[in-house]
Write a protein that binds this ligand. Sequence first.
Ligand code: ADP
Ligand code: MG
Length: 699
Amino acid sequence: MTSLRPTALNQLFAPITTVPGIGSRLAKLVARVAGERVVNLLWHLPTGLIDRRYTPKIGDAPPGRICTLTVEVLAHSPPPPRNRRVPYRVTCGDATGRITLVFFHAKDDYLERMLPVGETRLISGKIELFDGRRQMTHPDHIVPPDQAHQIMRVEPVYPMTEGLSPKVLDKAVTAAVAKTPDLAEWLDPAYLARQGWPTWQSAVRAVHAPKSEADISPLTPARARLAYDELLSNQLALALTRLKARKRRGRSFAGDGHLRAKVLAALPYKLTGAQQRVLDEIGADMASDDRMLRLLQGDVGSGKTVVALLAMLAAVESGAQAALMAPTEILAQQHAETLRPLTAAAGIRLELISGRLKGAAREGLLADVASGQVQIAVGTHALFQKDIEFADLGLAVIDEQHRFGVHQRLELAAKGRGTDVLVMTATPIPRTLALTAYGDMDVSRLDEKPPGRKPVDTRLVSLDRLDETVAAIQRAVSSGAKIYWVCPLIEESELIDLAAAEERFHHLQQTLGESVILVHGRMKAAEKDAAMAAFQSPGGPSVLVATTVIEVGVDVPDATIMLVEHAERFGLAQLHQLRGRVGRGGKAGTCLLLYAPPLTETAKARLSIMRDTEDGFLIAEEDLRLRGSGEVLGTRQSGLPMFRLADIMVHAELLATARDDARLIVNRDPDLATPRGQALRTLLYLFEQDDAIRTLRSG
Ligand code: ADP
Ligand code: MG
């Protein structure tokens, strides 16, 4: 992949240590704020600016304002020996007055070199008033007069991290910007002209050289252009991947309905109107010759599983096989258990292909999958593995797919001839974001819940009231309730998450004794399963303390209380999913969101939404509005693309245009072979759309 990247981009994809002044120590800090390669510095946009062009005389310099002063260095007063708390002071002056420069923990020789007595220097920083006298603590810049041009400018202000100095980062970005090549234009010339946008290279230069506050706005021509480039690369990548998937002809799975009839007869309920409608949409796709690529969105508990089964049976009725893939082993197992009685009623064979299955047992099972004796296979990503072959895979159903990449999804589909793909997600992805993740995938929505579900009573409780809360939990335990206690998610470190969960576990054990168990991500799969099974069993433990392993859909119908600690640290979509775990068995559920006070306004607003509604789509839209797209859905785990330059809320219109643009490109120039196509390849490399580039290469 590296070798095929246009050479013009090589400098940009070199490690940031190739930037002058960035050694391995600074590289680590820069990587934390921007990334590991030069190109990441280009995407690190200023969030503000400092105007250093204001050059008053000392006597006129207003306190609180950033000024650049031309001064004569008059005297140094170092602190008394071994008294580090007294600062080093340097007195400077001009014709109008004096100013003291103040340095804490300074090196004497450094200051003597920077500020020789009797010389003229330019100093830039914020003017302070101390005892009625002007002073400047740690000037941002100190230069001799002949370097005035270097500092008398509008300086961009970048998001920072501890230990990194603004000067160093500014220099690094400037050096990176200097490395930007002039690339062939990939945008449609007419569109570019209509928008009045600069070339890519000028845009990169402009965003890093703001002249006024207005230049920081995401709607400036330069920023809009870069946002559009990013969105176009995303949409083009999706369009190409999809094109490749659709190129394989699909097959028609009409089915005669005899298996589905048996299952419907065995169900203890009737399908909801929404389930019926969605099944009709899926049925039409499967019956047609085209490949199905459909997304099924349905809130937690909306009944996706039975929809998946009925769709799989349509393939089986036509003599093909089907696969159902879940994001975790526990979920795969649970799907298998839920479905087995129903497939047994239909007289077909369903098997769980566990990653843990070893040796002869595994080989035997795989042989039966390969020969077609197993009609429905349920598993995790283990179903991708090269040693698993299907006799004839007709339909792949992928549950909770936002945890899988687009690429994996297609890999599974590639195991069959024209395999239909149905992706199911419980995450209520806002329409705007859905476009970035799924492009033009067909979407079905289960927007009606099965009857009989009671609303979950959601309450916000301050952590100050932890003792009361534990007492309430204790009462609930003695009346036979099953309770989830979810511990805070701190993304940086799984170990810290674990420590927090363990601490809470021991704390609860003191009050609740044997009725508490702990489940966490570091446990071996078998231990996890055993703990979950114990919690599920009627006589088993009543309180399950967990890190977020239970987040994705484990079904314990008797659970009625969901308590989330430090709820303010979770994404709303996650909270919504967690809440969906309770009140499933016909008993009313309660959700306690414990927060650490004081809450910010935004945090308060977010948690209030949780309290006020159970509509997952509404929650997702509000979350997007309040936080911006980057953080919605706990993006890190979601597999949804993260944008550096585009802001989905602000650039929503550009996203729609980018989608249309991408479709047109792929229709006219599917191999990106024209001159514009070649330029677009560069765009894909620039934004590291590796999967899409791979589809181009494999043809
Ligand atoms: P999801 O996977 O969408 O979160 P499930 O498929 O697990 O939801 O369904 C949640 C619960 O609702 C299950 O216990 C299921 O048996 C039940 N269910 C599904 N469809 C219906 C229906 N039409 N009427 C009543 N109950 C249903
Ligand atoms: Mg489910």
